[in-house]
Structure formats: structure tokens, C-alpha cells
Ligand binder design. Structure first.
Ligand code: UD1
Length: 340
């Protein structure tokens, strides 16, 4: 079974990728420092895949520890690097926390790749690298925008660091995945997004409101230049996103040396915040108190993915609907709320 180092594997996206890797016959070596994840996810992941799953408590900035762990396992043929902080607002308040963690982890994990030069590298990036694009439907050729916050800047920098590394290494192959807005949860209801503290993102805030943890949901801005005045995003089911990583890994494993490809990973469709809330109400039958407030600083009005390149070259496309994602997110919220 090909061994794959998965960093940030205890988080929302990481747990779904871990499950997909195991289901497709890979053997993930999962690491996470649990700075934004709950250690009990290892047990839940084990239930999803029907076997024990170990998550190693390692900070990715600790290169020696990572190398030691990988060597103990006899090396890896692939690396999927997710470990990073991702809260936009926090990155503005505490930029050094973001530069230190996100950039130092990137360099450190590439040091591991350097020791295992045949390994294929898949990097988690974000549509935030486009900033506020001139037109909302972005291709991989759309020029990168001005990152409005340190988080966005770290994503642009990590992309650059990977492509410089690949160009300078004889055998390296890299793939950069620009995620749009990952939402939803595993259909088993056993793993999902587990925000520590008050959620920043729309869907966990919405499901927490629906379950009664929050008393209302504020929609940030209803005066955008969009059909209903609320922002438009490309919401992608986290299981579709996980599948995209398997396709990317397989492509990278078979790619020619020194290739570094970028892919948009979305559904190719934009939905407004209001549409998402209405879909949630229709799908679940749960009503929630929705209020319309001011715009949130740093939000772009509309962005969604052109996914032609992913379909053509990765042979991947999102299969699940917005309704599927919201039903799964709601199912997961109920599991989470019933935990002691
Ligand atoms: C942001 C980043 C994205 C990053 C993601 C991870 C930008 C432009 N986007 O996504 O790159 O990967 O965070 O955290 O930097 N909303 C409400 N009420 C709420 C919460 C959100 O109306 O309580 C609205 C927001 O204004 C936005 C939409 O919902 O229009 C989605 O917000 P969110 O889920 O936070 O994701 P992004 O900001 O799109």
C-alpha cells in the first residue's frame, strides 16, 4: 500500500482525506498538532473506515521529528500538506502567528520531501489567492490578486515556495489545489467540521444556530452587486474535495519530474449566501432566525470556479449537490451536539 504523509490530518478536511485515502488503498501517515482539532477524531475516523487509525501529535515545523517518523515507516511515496491556520480575521490581528506557522510548516514539510525525492507533493491552497477578481468565474490563469490579509498572503507564498522547490529539484512533482468553499460532512455523520470556539465560517455558524447554540445568524451584507445582494461562493462538499486529493495524488505520482500544476477545486457553480440558507431550511425543515447586517471586512462579493482543467486533466468533478452538503452538515451537527 503506498504510504502517504498527510499533515493537518485531524482537521475538517484532513479527516475526510484520510478516510478517502484508506478507502482507495493508500496507507496514510497522519500528523497533526491538534491546535485546531480534537484528538477524539482518531476514534471517529476509525469507525468510518472500520479499523484503528493513528494520528501522530507532531508540529510540522519540527522537521527532525517529521523525518524521524517518516523514516520509521520506511519512507513515503506521497505528501499531502494541509497543516495551516485558516482564520482570515485572526490572521489580521496576529500576522506573525500565521507567517510563523504556515510558512515554517511549508518549508519544513518540503525538507521532508527533499529526503524522499521521489515523493509526489499535493498542497492545500485556496481561492483566496485570486483576491477580488475582475470577473467572478475564475480559471487557473486568472491573475493572482492582492492578498487582503496575512492568511491569503501565506497561501500565495506557499504556492510559490512549492513551485520554486519543484523547479529546483530533479525528481519533484507538485500539485496545488485551490479550494473554493468546502462545506458539509461525511454522510456517516461520524466526522465533520469541529470548530473550537465561535465559528468564522458560514455553514458551522448556520448549523450551530439551527441547533440552538447561537440565537441568530447574521448575513454579512445584503447590498452587494449580486442578484439578491448577498455574496456568491462556490460551496463544495468536503467529500468531493477529498476525492480531488486522491485524483491529484495519483496524477502527481505518475507525472513527469519537475511538473507543478495548479487546479481549481470547486463545483463550477456559484450560490449566494441567501440561497444557501434557503436551501438549508428546505432540506432540513429547520427554521432559523436570520438577520441582515453590515458587510464583513475583506469579503469579496462573488467568486466561483471554472473547473474545466480539473475535469480534463485530473479526471475529477464534484458529484454532490448543495442540498447533499447541507443535509450532511446538519446530520453532523446533531451528532456533535449529542456528544458529552
Ligand atoms: C474564507 C477565505 C477562504 C478560506 C476560508 C477558510 C477569503 C476571501 N476567503 O472563505 O479562502 O479558505 O475562509 O476559512 O479570504 N457569512 C455570513 N455570516 C456568517 C459567516 C459568513 O454572512 O456568520 C458569509 C460571508 O460574508 C461570505 C460567505 O458567508 O460571504 C462565506 O463565508 P465563509 O464561510 O467565512 O468563507 P469565505 O470568507 O468565503
Amino acid at each position: 500500500m503506498p504510504k502517504v504523509l498527510l499533515t493537518g490530518g485531524a482537521g475538517f478536511i484532513g479527516t475526510h482525506i484520510a478516510a478517502a485515502l484508506i478507502e482507495r488503498g493508500f496507507d496514510p501517515l497522519i500528523v497533526d498538532n491538534f491546535s485546531n482539532a480534537n484528538p477524539s477524531v482518531a476514534m471517529a475516523l476509525g469507525e468510518v473506515v472500520g479499523g484503528a487509525v493513528e494520528i501522530h501529535d507532531v508540529d510540522c515545523r519540527d522537521t527532525e521529528e517529521l523525518v524521524r517518523l517518516v523514516e520509521l515507516q520506511g519512507g513515503v511515496s506521497g505528501i499531502i500538506h494541509l497543516a495551516a491556520f485558516k482564520a482570515v480575521g485572526e490572521s489580521v490581528r496576529n500576522p506573525l502567528k500565521y507567517y510563523d506557522n504556515n510558512l515554517a510548516s511549508m518549508v519544513s514539510v518540503l525538507r521532508v520531501a527533499e529526503r524522499f525525492p521521489e515523493s509526489a507533493f499535493v498542497l492545500s491552497s485556496s481561492c483566496t489567492v485570486y483576491g477580488q477578481p475582475e470577473t467572478p468565474f475564475v480559471t487557473e490563469e486568472t491573475p493572482l490578486g492582492n492578498p487582503h490579509n496575512p492568511y491569503g498572503y501565506t497561501k500565495q507564498a506557499c504556492e510559490r515556495i512549492l513551485s520554486d522547490f519543484v523547479a529546483a529539484s530533479e525528481n519533484a512533482r507538485g500539485i496545488i489545489l485551490r479550494y473554493f468553499n468546502p462545506i458539509g460532512a461525511h454522510p456517516s455523520g461520524k466526522i465533520g467540521e469541529w470548530p473550537l470556539g465561535v465559528p468564522d465560517n458560514l455553514v458551522p455558524y448556520l448549523t450551530q444556530t439551527a441547533v440552538g447554540i447561537r440565537d441568530h445568524l447574521t448575513v454579512f451584507g445584503s447590498d452587494y452587486d449580486t442578484p439578491d445582494g448577498t455574496c456568491i461562493r462556490d460551496f463544495i462538499h468536503v467529500c468531493d474535495l477529498a476525492d480531488a486529493h486522491i485524483a491529484a495524488l495519483e496524477l502527481a505520482l505518475n507525472a513527469e519530474a519537475q511538473t507543478c500544476e495548479v487546479f481549481n477545486i470547486g463545483t463550477g457553480r456559484g450560490h449566494s449566501v441567501k440561497e444557501l440558507i434557503d436551501t438549508f431550511k428546505n432540506e432540513t425543515g429547520v427554521d432559523i432566525d436570520v438577520r441582515y447586517g453590515h458587510r464583513r471586512a475583506g469579503d469579496v462579493s462573488a467568486i466561483y470556479a471554472n473547473v474545466d482543467k480539473a475535469e480534463k486533466i485530473l479526471g475529477w468533478k464534484a458529484e454532490r449537490s448543495l442540498g447533499d452538503a447541507l443535509r450532511d452538515a446538519w446530520n453532523w451537527q446533531q451528532t456533535l451536539s449529542s456528544k458529552p
